[in-house]
Design a protein around this ligand. Structure first.
Ligand SMILES: [Zn+2]
Length: 331
């Protein structure tokens, strides 16, 4: 399994990012079909223990074959032993067609049953139960929500009680923040002193609106997080070469960033179109929020350059599923 990699060193030439570029790794985790969590069966077993007569022998798995779940890991988070962080690929799920195969998208040409099965398989691969996941409800806002035990399972095994939430933070152990992507930028945060985590979806709107600042501010207000204690990650998402934008979007970035910053973010093609570097724009958001440059880490994997292995909105003209980032504080 080989990813086509971005040469980030060229893009970041002259910027202070130290050793934090090229910090993604790939691994495959084998999950046998009968190893996937079986919530129906678990629920029935509970009923049984209360004297009900439900049948516990029928297990819910769509596939008989083992799943090789493809996982991207962020090296700087692997060094933090209290954190599990995993980014999905298209590999190892049960969805078919343009959602093939590990998609977490409920509303684009896939069945809810398939998405839930994918959650079960991926959860198993990262050693957490699906009813401990909390799935954002993203609509390109800059809204960030603190979630706790009361939110466990929301968006996966039970209905959400929130909407228009593009960022999640928590201090609860074994509660997994799930945010979804298909070219937009994952921005992930770990307070290594206070053991608090944050995860957000930062597309161009979330970048211009600076959802990163909202995450850092809310972690500060709620937990006393200091930016200098944060380790952050800019995850797999569309690269500058793949991301052409129109004048009106470029204007938004000109308003939001200094002229020096714009030199690294926007490439004016002088034909009414620009190439946009969302990775560097989010790097500036993190830097301007007070995170130390040596603690800001950037992927070298573009979703659009790797559309066979990852979902890319641009690369598929919108016919795509969704990737997710999963992060939780270990028990
Ligand atoms: Zn690319």
């Amino acid at each position: 399994m080989e990813f086509k990699l971005i040469n980030n060193k060229d893009f970041f030439d002259g910027l202070k990012v130290g050793s934090c570029i090229d910090s993604t790794e790939f691994e495959e985790v084998k999950v046998a079909a009968n190893e996937a969590f079986n919530l129906e069966s678990a629920a029935k077993t509970q009923e049984n223990s209360k004297g009900a007569t439900a049948n516990t022998t029928g297990t819910f798995t769509k596939s008989n074959k083992d799943h090789k779940v493809g996982i991207i890991r962020f090296k700087p988070f692997k060094d933090l032993d209290f954190i599990e962080c995993a980014f999905s690929t298209r590999l190892g799920g049960v969805s078919t067609g343009y959602s093939e195969s590990m998609s977490f998208c409920y509303d684009r040409g896939d069945s809810r049953e398939n998405v839930l099965e994918n959650f079960r398989i991926f959860s198993k691969a990262i050693n957490i139960s699906p009813d401990r996941l909390v799935y954002s409800k993203q609509t390109h806002t800059t809204n960030v929500l603190y979630v706790d035990e009361s939110n466990a399972g929301m968006g996966v095994t039970k209905e959400r009680n929130y909407d228009n939430i593009d960022g999640l933070i928590t201090d609860k152990k074994n509660l997994c923040l799930v945010t979804s992507f298909a070219d937009c930028v994952p921005v992930i945060f770990v307070d290594k002193k206070r053991h608090v985590i944050g995860s957000a979806h930062s597309g161009w709107r979330g970048t211009v609106g600076n959802i990163t600042r909202n995450v850092v501010e809310q972690m500060g207000q709620k937990f006393g997080t200091k930016p200098e204690d944060l380790v952050s990650f800019i995850g797999p998402s569309i690269c500058m070469d793949c991301y052409e934008i129109s004048e009106d979007v470029a204007e938004e970035f000109k308003k939001a960033y200094s002229s020096e910053e714009q030199k690294h973010i926007l490439l004016d093609k002088k034909n009414g179109h620009y190439q946009l570097n969302l990775h560097i724009a989010n790097y500036y958001n993190m830097l301007n929020a007070g995170i130390k440059p040596e603690n800001i880490n950037v992927t070298n994997i573009c979703t659009c350059c790797n559309k066979d292995l990852l979902f890319s909105h641009r690369g598929s003209q919108g016919k795509r599923g969704l990737l997710c980032n999963f992060i939780y504080i270990k028990q």
